[in-house]
Ligand binder design. Structure first.
Ligand SMILES: [Zn+2]
Length: 267
């Protein structure tokens, strides 16, 4: 029998998790991220952006930090002004790099959740930066997971639809190869997020943004994924799925239209 590398398992402390505040799924009024004066273990701030250690470190062998993005509890990434969104992503990228530079972790992930189905428990907009002591995500996630059919390409930026998605169906990848184009790149991230929130599936505005880098590659990779119930073929058999050609084409054309439309309005 062929031996496969052991599956990576990350232990989550459910006993601690149970005590976490949840303003997404429960009707809790108190928001810990609005209560700035009681925040502990703050690592850095920039205006209303706060980088701090997660008060509920539920993941084993990990260093969990988060960035509170704004003082607006109902703020949302796709609605920030272009200038604020760029400032925020710059701040996040800087902190992500800082954790990588600590050389204490096998890999560091940077991602954000939005909505009921995205896995987040605090409604107040925030991103996560987590260092894994024993796990390198590059063992499982490869550059081909970020490759696909181009939706839009311009100097320094590529936006594509995953042809080999991690789970499926629609995973939009944004690749930045020229950091001078970051503001435009962030703008496309906002449009894609907004598209998933309002134009993709009715009554479901959940999505995730994931950031990746790969060794010996200076590009920044971002994956934006709408979230709904995970398909059972993936849950049971790890089968990733893509949509049929007709649907895929309609999806790509309509997202492309949005990307170009907004482009004209704001730039
Ligand atoms: Zn809040």
């Amino acid at each position: 029998m062929e031996l496969h590398s052991p599956q990576h398992i990350l232990e989550y402390n459910l006993d601690l998790g149970k005590t976490k505040p949840d303003t997404v799924h429960r009707d809790e009024k108190y928001c810990p991220f609005c209560d700035v004066s009681h925040l502990k273990n703050i690592l850095d701030t920039q205006g209303h952006m706060i980088w701090l250690e997660n008060a509920y470190p539920v993941l084993k062998d990990s260093w969990q930090t988060l960035i509170i993005e704004t003082n607006d509890c109902n703020g949302e990434f796709s609605n920030y002004t272009a200038a604020y969104a760029t400032k925020l992503i710059r701040f996040g990228l800087e902190k992500w790099q800082q954790v990588k530079d600590m050389q204490k972790f096998k890999s560091v992930v940077f991602y954000r959740n939005h909505g009921y189905m995205s896995g987040g428990t605090i409604h107040h907009p925030h991103s996560q930066i987590v260092g894994f002591e024993k796990y390198d995500y590059h063992e499982d996630i490869h550059p081909y997971h970020l490759m696909g059919t181009p939706i839009l390409t311009e100097p320094g930026i590529e936006i594509n639809l995953s042809s080999q998605p991690i789970i499926g169906f629609y995973e939009v990848n944004l690749i930045l190869s020229d950091y001078d184009k970051l503001p435009q790149f962030v703008h496309y991230m906002q449009i894609t997020s907004e598209y998933f929130r309002h134009s993709f599936i009715s009554f479901n505005d959940s999505y995730n943004i994931f950031f990746y880098d790969f060794p010996d590659d200076t590009n920044l990779y971002v994956k934006i994924v709408p979230r709904f119930l995970t398909n059972p073929l993936y849950v049971g058999y790890m089968i990733s799925q893509t949509a049929n050609k007709g649907h895929t084409e309609r999806f790509m054309n309509s997202l492309k239209k949005k990307l170009l439309q907004k482009h004209c309005h704001l730039f």
